[in-house]
Design a protein around this ligand. Structure first.
Ligand code: BES
Ligand code: MN
Ligand code: ZN
Length: 484
């Protein structure tokens, strides 16, 4: 969908929407005829956030679709919801071209947020649907937001870059594992080079030479070759010497390995690369809006398969850090991938801030469902900043504890640690495992986003399926914490 902001409406539009605040029906212009206002009242529409009233009017002999969309009372966030509601309503409605007007006025940020909501909610994955009936096909192509509010275009310039990042992450998450595997993930990110992102890729041999036994142990059961992908964006012209580093779990398919998962629902494990997808999406957003920050995104990319060459429960692997790990359960593979990716990232970039994102544990879904991602951190200030960024951006987080007592639960009698604890506190022991690979002085946070990257039902700005969770959160964190 093409969305633009303009001071003049498009003459050829076949639909017009009026953004109406709560209790503000009286602000509608005469052009929204009496019958529209009366109809809206009868339908109990009163400008509530994301509420929609739709009707048709005769405009000089032409039948025009008219919508009222509620922008509530909560400012920008409600404008975003209104834009999303409009996109959901009109996407396959038959309408192709839309004007959106703001009779009660709206500042530039609000207008841009409405555009943002439309762009996010208007996304669908149709690449593999070759037999859609005419009625099922998206029709809405162009939306013009009619406004001359100052700053609207600049704000939309920034937000459309963020939307591009979110949609990129969704695309990566939605692709099936026969299409998206470590090498093809890297290829998809190659286009980021044209945006000024520097790309580094390590292959299996290079990772073996570096001693990444934990990551390679996971990869060894698969015919798909692993990759480590690093994407660097410096929008400070060298002023920020040390980049902030974000590391994503990129298990392009997780069968569980020899500790194989049950068949029911296993198809979900195509999105076990959601952390890596969020990191790649963030990089696209940052470069797209030319963020004044120095940031590196690292993706540990592997496929976890059972085979004659797969690692076994009880195997002991040596990580790049030198620490040894007893692999009790080959399905606890994400931490094995992340520990080497995190160690390499710290050795390579000496960051002060390290944040990893991973669909790491089913236990986090038991704890938080799909309402919050889990946050773990060794630094209270960093934790607060991430919580605040999540809240502001609409990707909420909830903090969990870390402690020596939890850490002990993954001591192994034969190696430095084992890769799983007992049944209790599964998300926390996973975080404790990762913390053992954080160098002293590094401010670190781990985001367990297993419940967030895929949705069983539509949300405000996404349909069922890939949500793009994490991109807005990280973008907001970078904007608030790293940009001057
Ligand atoms: N990728 C899964 C976690 C997951 C489960 C994500 C469900 C999304 C939905 C992870 O690799 C895994 O298998 N974790 C195990 C850990 C266990 C073996 C300690 C789990 O959560 O069951
Ligand atoms: Mn697993
Ligand atoms: Zn996994």
């Amino acid at each position: 969908m093409r969305i633009s902001i303009s001071s003049t409406r498009r003459a050829d539009a076949d639909a017009i929407a009026f953004a109406v605040g709560k209790d503000a029906l009286k602000e509608l212009p005469i052009s929204a005829s009496k019958i529209v206002v009366e109809g809206a009242k009868s339908a109990r529409f009163n400008g509530e956030s994301a509420a929609i009233f739709e009707t048709f009017v005769d405009e000089g002999g032409k039948t025009m679709r008219v919508l009222l969309v509620g922008t509530g009372v909560a400012g920008e966030a409600d404008f975003e919801k209104a834009g999303a509601a409009l996109a959901a309503k009109l996407l396959t409605s038959g309408a192709t071209t839309l004007n959106v007007e703001f009779p009660g006025g709206a500042n530039g940020d609000c207008v841009a947020r409405l555009a943002f909501g439309m762009q996010l909610r208007g996304w669908r994955m149709d690449a593999y649907r070759t037999r859609l009936s005419e009625k099922q096909k998206p029709t809405l192509q162009d939306a013009t937001l009619v406004s001359d509010a100052s700053g609207a275009s600049e704000a939309w310039g920034r937000l459309s870059a963020v939307a591009d990042g979110v949609l990129f992450a969704r695309e990566l998450v939605a692709e099936p594992a026969n299409i998206l595997y470590p090498e093809s993930f890297v290829e998809r990110c190659a286009s980021l080079k044209d945006m000024g992102i520097e790309i580094t890729v390590l292959d299996e041999k290079q990772m073996a030479d570096l001693g990444m036994g934990a990551l390679l142990g996971v990869a060894q059961g698969s015919d798909r070759k692993p990759r480590l992908l690093a994407m660097r964006w410096d929008g400070t012209g060298g002023a920020q010497k040390k980049p902030a580093v974000f590391v994503g779990k990129g298990v392009t398919f997780d069968t569980g390995g020899i500790s194989i998962k049950p068949a029911a629902g296993m198809e979900d494990m195509k999105w076990d690369m959601g952390g890596a997808g969020a990191v790649a999406g963030m990089m696209k957003a940052l470069a797209g809006r030319k963020a004044k920050a120095h940031v590196v995104g690292v993706c540990g990319l592997v496929e976890n398969m059972p085979s004659g060459n797969a690692q076994r429960p009880g195997d002991i692997v040596t990580s790049m850090s030198g620490q040894t790990i007893e692999v009790i359960n080959t399905d606890a593979e994400g931490r094995l991938v992340l520990c080497d990716a995190m160690h390499w990232a710290q050795k390579t970039y000496s960051p002060e801030i390290l944040v990893d994102l991973a669909t790491l544990t089913g236990a986090i879904i038991i704890s938080l469902g799909s309402e919050h991602g889990g946050l773990f951190s060794n630094d209270d200030k960093l934790a607060e900043e991430l919580l605040a960024a999540g809240k502001a951006a609409g990707d909420p987080l909830w903090r969990f504890p870390l402690s020596d007592a939890y850490n002990k639960l993954i001591d192994s009698p034969i190696a430095d640690m084992k890769n799983v604890g007992a049944r209790g506190a599964g998300s926390i022991t996973a975080a404790q495992f990762l913390q053992r690979f954080v160098e002293s002085g590094v401010k670190w946070a781990h985001l367990d986003i297993a419940g967030m990257v895929w949705a069983d039902k539509p949300g405000a700005t996404w349909d069922k399926g890939a949500t793009g969770y994490g991109v807005r959160l990280l973008n907001q964190f970078v904007a608030d914490r790293l940009e001057q």
